[in-house]
Design a protein around this ligand. Structure first.
Ligand code: GTP
Ligand code: SPV
Ligand code: MN
Length: 585
């Protein structure tokens, strides 16, 4: 495999610090993967699942204290605190290197250090970038091989453009007290220690593709966003692409691969990506997007043949299941799978479990890791080096009361404001309280690698440069009734809302101008054939704006903006306009 001095020297230096027993370069071959899997089966890091039913599938159980991203251990490390901004944990970069050097010293003792070269994005694409991850975790290697393009393909890319992102990862002793996920955007470097969990340890994903990526995008004039990308084909065979940013565990994977309700004959959804979008202005002046990943690291609970059949088909083979229920006959099960629970099984912690035990068998943030190409509705364009052109951007989150089912922003600038004021209930994807509403601008609160005020400015600047900017919408699938039940059926029925969005993009339907944006007329969202029926009246209530909730909302927005010292003037004036519109109303 090709290499160069910079890579070789860095590998040597790191080995001198971390002291592994040997070094193995990952070439991306099946034979090497097979050997690693065998080693994991012997060590117990993986358990082989029933190969007749689930060929190529394996079970992994994490440490019980290592099940999600840990935001309090995640740092942006720069020379100046201002560059990390008001929303990130900051550490002085020199101090961080010092502190973590001590933790990395001998951290790989007795283990193998793997060198994983990987490519993010389609081959031969101006979007794509190389990273190299050094890790002592076989689980990380096997997961990275699914989530990215590993081996020679990445090293060969370095022949022509030698730039790469340096990622150093060690499980350490998995002690939450000594867990650090540090990003040095100024050095294109990531150092992560003490966790083996996806978002903390698969450094191509959130660490590179979003935190380092967003910093690069700011300086190089492109965007790295926490967005799914999907194509919607109409009966005439035309495909429109949209990108949508929802916070973690708020429905990106599900939306990206939905199957339209039966009444919409001739429509089809194509998945381009389910979590991350890299977007650039194309030669035609429009905004184009690629999915930098090669696999899906998806939330398992709630996934069923009813809620997401395409995901169920995707995870039938070559999939790693982490922290679900393991049955006696080496099958997997989880809450919300919509299949009978096994009578006797082992839960995610490794304890005997039965449906009567009164505890959840799968961790709420249990995950599948599966190759994207196995998805039955993977877009034929998903590896197009040019990307796909984006017609609409959708923001959304979990809001029990405030946000209506859908509304459209007045223009790009107002859309950026809508994104900047996004809020959502926290989920199990990150360690800490669940169900607490917090501001999560553009679903990037945990993932923006620089000052969030400057990030808003970057969005505003991009809008000025795009010749035909995508229209910007906000959705909320999660409004609840008095008893706390979701009112909107969600999942495949979200397609009904997407059709309204596309009709707006094509200028086919008018809308009601409200203080917060353009609202649909209830008649323009087709609700016929919804299971358990949804009345026109209920739909109208989902589209209504609650005055009291919005009075609270604007107060809270003001408090949120207080944090910023680099808030763009445009955002301030959009805030003023919103308060004025709400007062008049
Ligand atoms: P990350 O991978 O953490 O970024 O999550 P994600 O945004 O891809 O979320 P995902 O699609 O995996 O959904 C997370 C949870 O929300 C799952 O338990 C889903 O079953 C549930 N969910 C997804 N879409 C809907 C919806 O439209 N309505 C309701 N009520 N729940 C949904
Ligand atoms: C998320 O939390 O948004 C995820 C899972 O997609 S992780 O890779 O852990 O970030
Ligand atoms: Mn995500």
């Amino acid at each position: 495999m090709y290499s160069n001095n910079e890579v070789d020297n860095w590998v040597k230096e790191t080995a001198a610090l971390t002291n592994p027993k040997d070094i193995v370069w990952i070439d991306g071959s099946m034979s090497q993967r097979k050997r690693l899997i065998d080693e994991c089966l012997k060590s117990g890091e993986l358990i082989e699942l029933n190969q007749d039913k689930l060929p190529g599938c394996y079970y992994h159980r994490s440490d019980i204290n290592d099940v999600a991203r840990v935001e309090k251990c995640t740092f942006i490390c720069t020379k100046s605190e201002k560059d990390a901004g008001p929303t990130n944990n900051w550490m002085d970069s020199e101090e961080a290197y010092k502190k973590l050097t001590n933790l990395f010293r001998n951290s790989m003792k007795g283990r193998t250090m793997y060198v994983i070269p990987y490519l993010m994005g389609p081959s031969d694409s101006p979007f794509s970038k190389v990273g190299i991850e050094l890790t002592d975790s076989k689980y990380v290697v096997l997961s990275m091989e699914i989530m990215t393009k590993t081996g020679s393909i990445a090293m060969d890319t370095l022949k022509n453009s030698p730039d790469f992102v340096k990622g150093l990862h060690s499980k350490g002793n998995l002690d939450p007290q000594n867990r650090y996920i540090c990003h040095f955007p100024e050095d294109k470097t990531i150092w992560s220690i003490g966790s083996d969990y996806g978002g903390n340890a698969l450094l191509g994903k959130k660490c590179f593709a979003l935190r380092i990526g967003s910093y690069m995008g700011y300086h190089e004039g492109w965007m790295a966003e926490h967005m799914l990308i999907m194509g919607i084909e109409n009966p005439q065979g035309e495909i429109s692409y949209i990108a949508a940013a929802f916070p973690s565990a708020c429905g990106k994977t599900n939306l990206a691969m939905l199957i339209p309700p039966d009444i919409f004959k001739g429509y089809k959804v194509w998945t381009v990506g389910d979590d991350i979008a890299w977007m650039r202005i194309g030669e035609d002046g429009r905004l184009w997007a690629v999915n930098p990943e090669a696999g899906f690291f998806g939330v398992v609970p709630g996934t069923s043949m009813k809620s997401n059949p395409n995901a169920m088909m995707t995870i039938k083979r070559n999939t790693i299941f982490t922290n679900v229920v393991l049955t006696e006959d080496k099958d997997v099960w989880w809450e919300g799978i919509n299949l009978p629970a096994p009578k006797k099984a082992t839960d995610w912690k490794g304890n005997p479990w039965s449906p009567e035990s009164g505890e959840k068998g799968a961790h709420p943030n249990s995950r599948f890791t599966a190759p994207a190409e196995q998805c039955p509705c993977i877009s034929p364009e998903w590896q197009n080096p040019k990307g796909v052109p984006i017609s609409a951007i959708i923001f959304g989150g979990r809001r029990a009361k405030t946000a209506p089912l859908v509304y459209q922003s007045f223009d790009w600038e107002h859309g950026v404001f809508v994104g900047a004021t996004m809020a959502s209930e926290t989920t199990a994807a990150s360690t800490g309280d669940v169900g607490v509403v917090r501001r999560d601008p553009m679903a990037m609160l945990p993932f923006c690698g620089y000052n969030m005020g400057n990030y808003f400015s970057h969005w505003l600047e991009m809008g000025k440069k795009i010749s035909k900017p995508p229209l910007i919408f906000n959705v909320n699938w999660f409004r609840t009734d008095e008893e706390g039940n979701f009112i909107w059926p969600g999942f495949r029925d979200n397609f009904r809302v997407l059709l309204w969005i596309l009709n707006r993009c094509k200028g086919k339907v008018d809308a009601i101008k409200s203080p917060i944006g353009y609202l649909p007329k209830a008649k323009d969202i087709n609700i016929s054939g919804i299971e358990n029926k949804l009345s026109e009246k209920t739909l109208e209530s989902l589209l209504s704006i609650n005055k009291e909730a919005w009075d609270e909302e604007i107060k809270d927005q003001a408090a949120w903006f207080e944090k910023f010292d680099t808030l763009p003037e445009e955002i301030k004036s959009q805030y003023k306009l919103l308060t004025e519109r709400l007062e008049v109303d």
